[in-house]
Design a protein around this ligand. Structure first.
Ligand code: GLC
Length: 476
């Protein structure tokens, strides 16, 4: 017995030593079982894959993709503006908007479908259209865009589900409750084949089949959240189906969770099923793996992991009225990603496909540009963590963002230099250090000039939109 004990303790010592040597092992030490309490759930460590991933693709796809329309007002998403809801730029809110007096969506609906055309008549149309969809095509596009994970709306506020749920919705006719194809399962499989992780969005806070509203303004936000016993059971059952059937890498709940449901229980079951999964901060309880600002970027490094979600345009769901002008420009998209990553964030970039799964050309264009940039410069993004500072500037006025990985600091220039030299302000680097330009093999010539670093650049720069300097050596 004594010998056995010695062996066991020396084995423990070796494991501990290994954990010290391989620091992620320490970070990743996770309890083997979670209880439905904040105390237990808060012991869930942020999985390394999520910290490293930086880019996810969000997909809003559902009945609202059939009309696919919203007004083009409120480009800045001034959520508090008094006419925001009647002019909601979110096309996935079509069912709400089409019922509001004075809303452009009401007029659009009347004109294209007739005032009496019920929203759930879009179900058979959606079902017909989705037969054309190829999940492998999507998965390849998202992979090539440089994303490491995908999050799909499984049920948005309209209550229609993208998987054939075995929990019947008492409020909708059986043939109009869910898609006939298992869109959630098929995409999960396709995304996995591309080596990406699959996450699932669920609207727990609003379900307009249970409490229809409409929401006319901020005063209705709370009242329209269903809180009945029946809805609590329904949401819990849906969450359990999603967890058990699809093992999502991200459990992304929206708006809130019914008080009659069991969010802590669901979270514990989720971690016990998917230990390296992550949970967002919209369950209405004080536990999450990350915070989820929407169309907002944090202005400094946050020690709490965050994920900004936003559409490529102004809407999450497909809006046929959006074109070039309403869609983020490729350069701005790349700057946005770099800026977010420098502050400890991920970008969950939303694609709004048409009902048949077509990704609008203007959105495809941005995904391709982002993918091409990441192909060359992804070293400055994936697997990095924030440096001491997020932001800097060159003497020529180009904003700079920093990230760090292993022994390198990456300084990304958010703008194209017009000269063959730039000066990085307020930085100093030890003699003998090296600076490379991603996309070019030979090191650059540089010199310390007071409290700035002067760097010579080649006449032709490799990076389209943004170039990255990789600094190897002690930088301060
Ligand atoms: C919101 C919106 C919604 C969108 C979502 C994405 O709260 O209501 O339409 O799905 O957030 O973050």
């Amino acid at each position: 017995m004594f010998v056995h004990q010695v062996c066991r303790s020396s084995r423990t010592a070796i494991i501990l030593l290994l954990c010290f040597l391989v620091s992620p092992c320490l970070q990743a030490q996770s309890p083997s079982h979670f209880e439905p309490s904040l105390e237990s759930l808060d012991k869930h460590p942020l999985p390394q894959w999520y910290a490293d991933a930086k880019l996810g693709i969000f997909i809003h796809w559902g009945l609202y993709s059939v009309p696919g329309w919203a007004p083009l007002i409120h480009p800045e998403h001034d959520f508090t503006s008094p006419d925001y809801i009647t002019h909601n730029p979110y096309a996935e809110w079509y069912l709400n908007s089409m019922r509001l007096e004075g809303a452009p969506t009401k007029a659009y609906h009347r004109e294209h479908y007739g005032a009496d055309y019920d929203y759930y008549n879009f179900a058979p149309v959606f079902d017909r259209e989705i037969q054309k969809w190829n999940p492998d095509t999507w998965a390849k596009i998202f992979h090539d865009a440089g994303a490491k994970y995908v999050v799909l709306t499984t049920k948005h506020h309209d209550g229609f589900t993208l998987w054939p749920s075995s929990t019947p919705n008492p409020k909708l006719p059986a043939e109009r409750q869910h898609a006939t194809r298992d869109l959630v399962g098929e995409l999960t499989a396709a995304v996995g084949k591309q080596g990406l992780r699959m996450g699932l969005y669920y609207s727990g806070g609003y379900d307009w089949t249970f409490v229809p509203g409409p929401i006319r303004g901020p005063a209705d936000y709370e009242a329209v959240k269903p809180q009945s016993e029946a809805y609590g059971k329904y949401a819990d059952a849906h969450m359990r189906e999603l967890i058990e059937r699809y093992h999502p890498a991200v459990l992304w709940n929206d708006i809130d969770y019914p008080k009659s449901g069991h969010p802590l229980q669901i979270m514990a079951e989720y971690y016990n099923t998917v230990p390296d999964g992550v949970i967002d901060d919209r369950f209405g309880v004080k536990h999450s793996d990350f915070i989820s600002p929407e169309y907002v970027t944090l202005d400094k490094i946050s020690t709490t992991k965050w994920e900004e979600c936003r559409g490529l345009g102004r809407s999450f769901g497909y809006n046929r009225a959006e074109g070039e002008a309403e869609t983020i420009a490729p350069a701005d998209l790349i700057y946005l990603l770099v800026d977010i990553v420098s502050k400890n964030g991920n970008l969950l970039l939303d694609v709004g496909p048409e009902a048949d799964g077509t990704i609008p050309p203007v959105q495809m264009d941005r995904l391709l540009a982002l993918g091409a940039w990441l192909q060359m410069n992804g070293d400055a993004i994936y697997g990095t963590h924030p440096w001491k500072r997020a932001a800097g500037e060159t003497a020529e006025g180009i904003p700079v963002r920093f990230t760090e990985k292993d022994s390198a600091v990456y300084a990304t220039l958010l703008g194209q230099p017009k000269t063959t030299g730039i000066t990085l302000k307020s930085l100093s680097l030890k003699v003998g250090s090296q600076i490379y330009l991603l996309g070019q093999a030979t090191p650059l010539i540089w010199s310390q000039q007071g409290d700035a670093i002067k760097v010579s650049l080649p006449a032709t720069l490799p990076g389209r939109y943004a170039n990255v300097l990789k600094v190897i050596g002690p930088l301060s």
